[in-house]
Design a protein around this ligand. Structure first.
Ligand code: CP
Ligand code: NVA
Length: 297
């Protein structure tokens, strides 16, 4: 593995190998092999972040490396310097890069032009680091995804849903996506996904019925904040106690956070499942350390 650009580009063995490594690193925390000793990793963020930034900064330090946080306003990228030029400069100075931005192509270009390990820390297309943490949480809470039904209720074509759909394709679990008709995955995406185990519905109750994992995310992703009319489409899509009534016994609720109570999730459901949801947030650290170890040169 040279980069982590998407779940789409990972094989099932690579995903489970990273999860095995994350479990090991979680058990070993505080006794880490210093795989990044003497290495500097740049964190280039053009969008806000709490969990991703903190977990990468802490993870890089715990592995003996030095994280260098660069918001777009700190560097010339924010004034229009092309990503491929930024990549060619940083590739001569730092040893790896973590990038959060809009276009997936920018992360791919950075990987190509920098020549250093590059990690997608969220684009408009995918959020692979989050999905690794989510899968780790499912393993810990339910023992894995074998014969489990996963539901995703919310924006059917966001970075999170796309990564979940690729995870279902690669790992073979049943995934039911419930999304308003106007936010469902594009037909050409579903054709390229070609996953009979992924279903799409406009009925959240249908998706959640008998589901063991119920997942949701914000209705407006970063960069869409002014699309208030889009939010109106989500009436009836709140993950609340009523919706969960027909989920499988012992189900868990996941949310990548940040959460908007009273919109995509009710306050009582979030608090009832806070133990899982914040374990999921913590797992960002362990999963990303596994990725860093896999990419360490
Ligand atoms: N879930 C997630 O990526 O959180 P941040 O936006 O806070 O990094
Ligand atoms: N879909 C959300 C995920 C946030 C972690 C966004 O892109 O804003």
């Amino acid at each position: 593995m040279n980069h982590l650009l998407s779940i789409e580009q990972l094989g099932a063995g690579e995903i489970t190998g990273l999860l095995d490594s994350a479990e090991y690193l979680k058990r070993q925390r505080g006794r880490d092999a210093r795989k990044l000793e003497g290495k500097t990793w740049a964190l280039i963020f053009t969008k806000s972040s709490t969990r991703t930034r903190v977990s990468f900064e802490v993870g890089i330090r715990e592995l003996g490396g030095f994280p260098m946080f660069l918001s777009k306003n700190d560097i010339q990228l924010g004034r229009g310097e092309p990503i491929k030029d930024t990549a060619r400069v940083l590739g001569r100075m730092v040893h790896g890069a973590v990038i959060r931005t809009f276009a997936q192509q920018d992360v791919a270009d950075f990987a190509e032009f920098s020549g250093i390990p590059t990690i997608n820390a969220l684009t408009d297309d995918e959020h692979p680091c989050q999905i690794l943490a989510d899968l780790l949480t499912i393993r810990e809470k339910l023992g894995g995804w074998q014969d489990r039904k996963v539901a995703f209720v919310g924006d059917g074509f966001s970075n999170m849903t796309r990564s979940w759909m690729w995870a279902a394709k690669r790992l073979g679990f049943e995934l039911a996506v419930a999304s308003p008709a106007s936010c469902q995955p594009a037909a050409d995406f579903l054709t390229s996904l070609d996953a009979p185990n992924v279903s799409i519905t406009a009925d959240p109750a249908e998706a959640v019925k008998d589901a063991h994992v119920i997942n949701t995310d914000v209705w407006l992703s970063m960069g869409q904040e002014d699309q208030m009319d889009k939010e109106l489409e989500f009436a009836g899509f709140e993950v609340n106690a009523g919706l969960l009534a027909n989920a499988a016994p012992g189900h868990i609720v996941l949310h990548c956070l940040p959460a908007y109570r009273g919109k995509e999730i009710s306050a009582d459901v979030l608090e009832l499942h806070a133990n899982t949801i914040f374990q999921q947030a913590e797992n960002r650290l362990h999963a990303q350390k596994a990725v860093l170890v896999a990419l360490a040169r």
